[in-house]
Design a protein around this ligand. Structure first.
Ligand SMILES: [Fe+2]
Ligand SMILES: [Fe+2]
Length: 175
């Protein structure tokens, strides 16, 4: 089963932290696990290596915020390589955003493209479904608190403070 193939990665801090990061308005970890499950199943159809597919899937969106839709595959592939993953895993990750990014060059790359698209659709369907119960917005709000991409950055805080002080001066009529 795929859990055994990726057991070491599931307990890796870089993967664990994605439980608190947002992707498609859901935890990034949920998205990546969905891609693992789909990749593992599709791999057989494509006659691709299941181990490569599952390992690429659980890492394929790490640090995606640092790049664009087209190039974040290359960023995640670099992270995977730095964690000791094979060239085959890195190659599959690089092209997972096809046709926005580069075209896959391996069977495992094609598996990841298809699995990622299917998972993204399911993510969005799950999010919309959860709007009716309020769960989706609750989870989204909590992810905004824990994802460093959304936590307030210093320059923004400084500008807010400046804006408030200018406003007060303006109101009291003092220069
Ligand atoms: Fe991605
Ligand atoms: Fe993805």
């Amino acid at each position: 089963m795929y859990e055994v193939i990726i057991a070491d990665l599931l307990s890796h801090p870089r993967v664990l932290e994605t439980r608190h990061h947002m992707h498609h308005s859901i935890p990034k970890h949920d998205h990546m696990m969905r891609v693992v499950r789909y990749s593992y199943r599709i791999a057989q159809l494509f006659r691709a290596d299941r181990r490569t597919c599952a390992r690429a899937a659980i890492l394929h969106d790490l640090d995606s915020r640092l790049g664009t839709l087209a190039n974040h595959g290359a960023i995640a592939a670099e992270v995977a390589a730095s964690l000791g993953e094979s060239d085959a895993v890195a190659l599959a990750i690089i092209s997972h955003m096809y046709p926005l990014g580069p075209r896959p060059t391996t069977r495992e790359g094609w598996v990841l493209v298809v699995a990622d698209k299917m998972a993204s659709l399911t993510d969005m369907t799950a999010f919309v479904g959860g709007l009716f119960t309020g769960r989706s917005l609750r989870v989204r709000r909590s992810l905004c608190q824990t994802d460093p991409f959304y936590t307030p950055r210093r320059p923004r805080r400084r500008i807010r403070r400046l804006w408030r002080s200018v406003g007060r001066l303006g109101l009291s009529g003092q220069a």
